[in-house]
Design a protein around this ligand. Structure first.
Ligand SMILES: [Zn+2]
Length: 246
């Protein structure tokens, strides 16, 4: 074999291997890989900072929505966009260590963490489709992502009203709605999802074996993720969201 043929053959072999390794996980679904769905790399995600890194389609729609809001005197600012698996793992494990050191049992610590934070591998922020938004034109409170900032006399009431009226026409939907019958994560008036991408991603995500992933990734506390716990988490935290996003 001459050098040129050798290179050609090796390239074909390595491309084949890449395909084989993703298929050997049996986790290539709906056009998305397992890694894309759990925040471990996605060629469609771009950006150079914590607040600008997102799916390129989300970014395009956001630009249009921002321009429209600007015309109404609102400066939509992203405070959280794409979050990697690794980053979510650091958040989760940091809290897990802190709460268990304070004397909570592992199961209690996990329950407490998931009041506000997701288990790594299960965050919608892994998809680059979900954004936490504030209004940069309003006076900035000490802690921005609080329900009271978006209601009553809060600084982000104007943003909230504008989003209620216009967000859906740009493809953005509130995820954790203010519905007393909804379980899972608490009401988040700041968290919006770009539906044209997140709906197919959720569909693919539903086919993943979440429990197996949490074991494989060796997340601190994973031995307490029982079948019952995972089933409830999936039903309440992952799927009990705005029905428009299902
Ligand atoms: Zn969020």
């Amino acid at each position: 074999m001459n050098r040129k043929d050798f290179i050609k053959t090796s390239l074909i072999a390595s491309a084949g291997w890449g395909l084989f390794s993703s298929m050997s996980h049996g986790l290539f679904q709906g056009g998305y890989t397992r890694d894309q769905l759990i925040g471990k790399g996605n060629p469609d995600i771009a950006g150079d900072s914590y607040t600008s890194t997102m799916h390129t389609e989300t970014a395009k729609a956001l630009e249009k929505m921002k321009a429209a809001a600007q015309a109404d005197g609102i400066a939509i600012e992203v405070v959280s966009a794409y979050r990697s698996f690794q980053r979510q793992k650091e958040i989760f494990e940091g809290k897990y260590k802190r709460f268990t050191q304070q004397g909570l049992s592992p199961a209690e610590a996990i329950e407490k963490i998931i009041e506000y934070s997701t288990i790594p591998g299960t965050s919608r922020h892994h998809w680059g489709t979900d954004l936490d938004l504030i209004d940069a034109n309003a006076p900035r409170p000490e802690s921005v992502l609080q329900e009271e900032n978006y209601h009553g006399k809060g600084p982000y009431c104007k943003l909230k009203e504008w989003m209620d009226k216009h967000a859906e026409s740009f493809g953005f939907y509130e995820v954790y709605t203010n519905n007393a019958n909804r379980k899972g994560f608490a009401y988040e008036p700041w968290h919006f999802s770009y539906a044209p991408v997140s709906i197919p991603m959720l569909k693919a995500y539903k086919e993943l074996d979440v429990k197996a992933i949490l074991q494989e990734e060796n997340i601190l506390g994973h031995e307490y993720f029982t079948d019952d716990f995972i089933a409830k988490y999936r039903k309440d935290n992952i799927l009990d969201i705005n029905p428009e996003l299902l």
